[in-house]
Design a protein around this ligand. Structure first.
Ligand SMILES: *[C@@H]1O[C@H](CO)[C@@H](O)[C@H](O)[C@H]1NC(C)=O
Ligand SMILES: *[C@@H]1O[C@H](CO)[C@@H](O)[C@H](O)[C@H]1NC(C)=O
Ligand SMILES: *[C@@H]1O[C@H](CO)[C@@H](O)[C@H](O)[C@H]1NC(C)=O
Ligand SMILES: *[C@@H]1O[C@H](CO)[C@@H](O)[C@H](O)[C@H]1NC(C)=O
Ligand SMILES: *[C@@H]1O[C@H](CO)[C@@H](O)[C@H](O)[C@H]1NC(C)=O
Ligand SMILES: *[C@@H]1O[C@H](CO)[C@@H](O)[C@H](O)[C@H]1NC(C)=O
Ligand SMILES: *[C@@H]1O[C@H](CO)[C@@H](O)[C@H](O)[C@H]1NC(C)=O
Ligand SMILES: *[C@@H]1O[C@H](CO)[C@@H](O)[C@H](O)[C@H]1NC(C)=O
Ligand SMILES: *[C@@H]1O[C@H](CO)[C@@H](O)[C@H](O)[C@H]1NC(C)=O
Ligand SMILES: *[C@@H]1O[C@H](CO)[C@@H](O)[C@H](O)[C@H]1NC(C)=O
Ligand SMILES: *[C@@H]1O[C@H](CO)[C@@H](O)[C@H](O)[C@H]1NC(C)=O
Ligand SMILES: *[C@@H]1O[C@H](CO)[C@@H](O)[C@H](O)[C@H]1NC(C)=O
Length: 573
């Protein structure tokens, strides 16, 4: 369904498709447009969700891990409490003419319009952009890049995208380009040029009054604070600034064993990054267009505390948030199920009402030699069952009930004080029986007197996993090396230590100066990975080992991160 129509002022077919004059003909819209300020728009879209790896996939929608989007996906995110969707679109592989017209395939433009319609039909606000074009052809930092051509192609593209969406309602906003590379002030200026060309292209239909979210270098908070230049004062578009936040990098991306988050230093960094931008642009509405602590690689308690703190800090600085979702991390679109409902509820609660949520505690000290987390009750197979005290950050709320495992827990099962939840040995003995095998034993749900979000607590009986094989000779021609694993507890890898047989770290050797849980640890997806039945050494890591000329030991570490919960794999050369 198309709720708005474009009345072309002339017959496009009668004109040369590359003629510049084609773009000088304004589009008249048959639909009304209710002007909205950028501040209202940004506030109303909070929180939002990203339709990632979909229309931005290369070369086409459906090329990556997600099917073509259907309305049920948008209904699911709306139901979850999201108010907007960011629709990233890559145009790079859809040009049908080169310089100077840079005509985009009309079938593709129509698909973009249909998906935008789908989102507005679902009652969602929309932000749409040019996405991976930023590194495909619009990278101003490339040595020898034809800057004139980048500008020409960028302007021509936005004339066409703008015309395609000219009559969309005021609930649809545009973003010029995703994360444009920039490492110097000079590049920062070029990104300001792109913002200007983008604004100049928004002449059709309702576009001169449409909200836009302008960008700075890399859509990075600090670079934007440094280099972003306000558009001319005669700009008719209400404008906001969009930036992205994936910091600290090591925690978000599973690098160098950083599975711990929440020290004062960690928190100060977030406040300082977000404040730098806010304090430089106190009168400009701000939007974090992407952020995500993914359930695939961030420990649950750390992830929930991080997510809650980030969203809450953003809200305190009048900054709205949109969750990144590549389809493999947050929403399982094939079944409409959130992989981590808790994070979603925390985001919705913290960004809308700001209600204070109680959260499970966990290690916050990066120099610790083991990591505890109150998102789980861990007990090792064969060890005696005792009561367990789990630290909680109650923030003034009380536990009102704990459900799951086998009905609702009674006062014989647990007690609380102002800092801890204490599970009794009789309760835990029912789940951690002497004959029980390793694995997940129960999922409890804790409800609180205040706060929007019940918090899960999983009872896990664990033992050290075993590998189907523990050594092989490195072979650079076989790609990733998948090693069968029998998990005995949580089916995830926490971190991987990578050393040469002589004990020297093989990658990022500076990590030797970090805490004991981070020394010589490699990076998720760069050197290691895992799935439900395998631990994985990446093809890149195999190459690194071969290049070193020495056998290497990969120590796969699991949760709980405690001495002994690790297995070695030796890769010989
Ligand atoms: C578009 O609107 C302008 C200004 O109202 C008007 O002059 C022009 O005739 C309209 N064109 C079409 C095709 O409706
Ligand atoms: C435009 O895209 C459609 C759908 O992918 C394709 O069938 C068509 O050939 C393309 N047109 C041109 C001119 O490339
Ligand atoms: C750069 O691109 C412009 C516009 O397409 C073109 O006119 C010019 O010849 C190009 N310059 C070089 C050095 O290729
Ligand atoms: C804004 O002013 C500049 C000159 O300062 C001019 O080049 C530009 O066309 C004006 N833009 C609009 C939308 O009026
Ligand atoms: C503005 O941003 C710069 C660059 O990040 C930062 O150094 C400066 O402290 C910020 N200004 C304020 C007032 O926060
Ligand atoms: C947030 O916006 C409100 C309303 O515009 C304003 O009163 C308040 O001072 C702003 N807070 C910050 C931290 O900018
Ligand atoms: C929590 O429990 C304490 C002690 O039982 C009580 O004093 C307090 O009022 C309770 N708070 C809430 C929010 O229920
Ligand atoms: C709460 O109970 C735990 C476990 O028994 C204990 O370590 C902690 O000190 C207690 N906290 C307070 C404030 O009494
Ligand atoms: C759950 O309840 C059933 C039926 O009352 C009982 O047989 C079983 O032992 C209970 N399991 C646990 C873990 O408490
Ligand atoms: C608890 O939930 C996890 C997924 O969140 C699941 O893998 C596990 O099997 C569940 N445990 C039980 C005992 O149902
Ligand atoms: C250990 O082996 C690596 C890789 O061959 C080498 O770079 C390093 O110098 C060796 N370290 C020691 C202490 O021998
Ligand atoms: C794994 O190898 C390291 C040396 O690289 C050794 O210190 C450690 O004890 C080994 N762990 C196991 C479980 O074999």
């Amino acid at each position: 369904m198309t709720p708005y129509t474009v009345v072309l002022a002339t017959l496009v077919s009668s004109l040369s498709l590359v003629s510049a004059s084609r773009w000088q003909v304004p589009v008249n819209c048959s639909t009304p447009f209710t002007p909205i300020t950028a501040a209202d728009f940004v506030q109303r879209l909070n929180p939002g969700w990203n339709l990632g790896n979909t229309l931005d996939a290369i070369p086409d929608e459906g090329s990556w891990n997600n099917a073509k989007v259907t309305p049920d996906v948008l209904a699911t995110i709306k139901r979850a409490g999201f108010r907007s969707v960011r629709i990233p679109v890559t145009y790079a592989d859809h040009y049908v003419l080169a310089s100077p017209g840079w005509q985009i395939n009309s079938t593709w433009l129509e698909r973009v319009r249909d998906v935008v319609d789908m989102a507005t039909d679902a009652g969602l606000l929309v932000v749409t952009n040019m996405h991976h074009d930023s590194w495909r052809w619009a990278d101003v930092t490339q040595a020898g890049a034809n800057q004139t051509e980048i500008d020409e192609k960028f302007a021509a593209s936005w004339r066409q995208i703008g015309r395609t969406l000219a009559c969309a309602p005021s609930t649809v906003a545009f973003e010029p380009i995703n994360e444009p590379p920039a490492t110097t002030a000079e590049h920062g200026k070029r990104i300001n040029d792109l913002n200007r060309l983008f604004l100049e292209a928004l002449v059709d239909g309702h576009n001169p009054r449409r909200v836009v979210t302008l960008v700075g270098g890399g859509e990075d908070a600090v670079k934007t604070a440094e280099w972003f230049e306000r558009p001319p004062t005669n700009t008719t578009n209400p404008w906001a600034i969009q930036f992205h936040y994936y910091s600290p990098y090591n925690f978000i991306f599973g690098a160098w064993g950083k599975t711990i988050w929440g020290s004062n230093e960690d928190k100060t960094a977030i406040v300082s990054d977000l404040s730098a931008l806010h304090n430089n642009f106190t009168d400009v509405p701000l939007l974090i267009g992407e952020f995500s602590a993914s359930p695939t690689n961030c420990e649950a308690s750390a992830r929930w505390r991080y997510t809650d703190f980030l969203v809450r800090t953003a809200r305190s600085l009048n900054t709205s948030v949109m969750l990144w979702d590549n389809g493999a991390d947050n929403l399982d679109r094939t079944v409409g199920r959130w992989r981590d409902q808790t994070s979603v509820s925390l985001i919705v609660g913290a960004s809308t009402t700001g209600v204070v949520n109680s959260l499970p505690g966990g290690t916050t000290d990066d120099s610790a030699s083991s990591q505890w987390t109150s998102a789980y009750v861990f007990q090792r197979v064969g060890s005696p069952t005792t009561s367990q005290a789990l630290p909680y950050l109650f923030y003034g709320n009380n536990i009102t009930s704990i459900a799951g495992g086998n009905g609702t827990l009674s006062s014989q099962d647990y007690t609380t004080n102002s800092t801890h939840l204490l599970l009794s040995d009789t309760f835990l003995s029912r789940h951690f029986t002497p004959s029980a095998k390793a694995g997940s034993k129960a999922n409890l749900t804790i409800s609180f007197s205040g706060g929007a979000v019940p918090i899960p607590l999983q009872l896990v009986l664990w033992d050290t996993p075993t590998l189907g094989q523990t050594t092989s000779v490195a072979n650079t021609s076989t790609g990733d090396l998948s090693i069968p694993v029998t998990y005995r507890g949580l089916p995830t890898v926490a971190a991987v230590r990578l050393t040469s047989l002589n004990g020297t770290g093989l990658v990022d050797t500076w990590t030797q100066y970090l805490g004991p849980l981070q020394q010589q640890r490699a990076t998720y997806s760069n050197q290691w990975n895992f799935d439900t039945g395998h631990v994985i050494i990446t093809a890149d890591a195999v190459k690194t080992v071969v290049a070193s000329g020495q056998p290497a030991v990969f120590t796969f570490e699991f949760y709980p991160r405690t001495p002994g919960n690790a297995v070695n794999y030796t890769l010989a050369v």
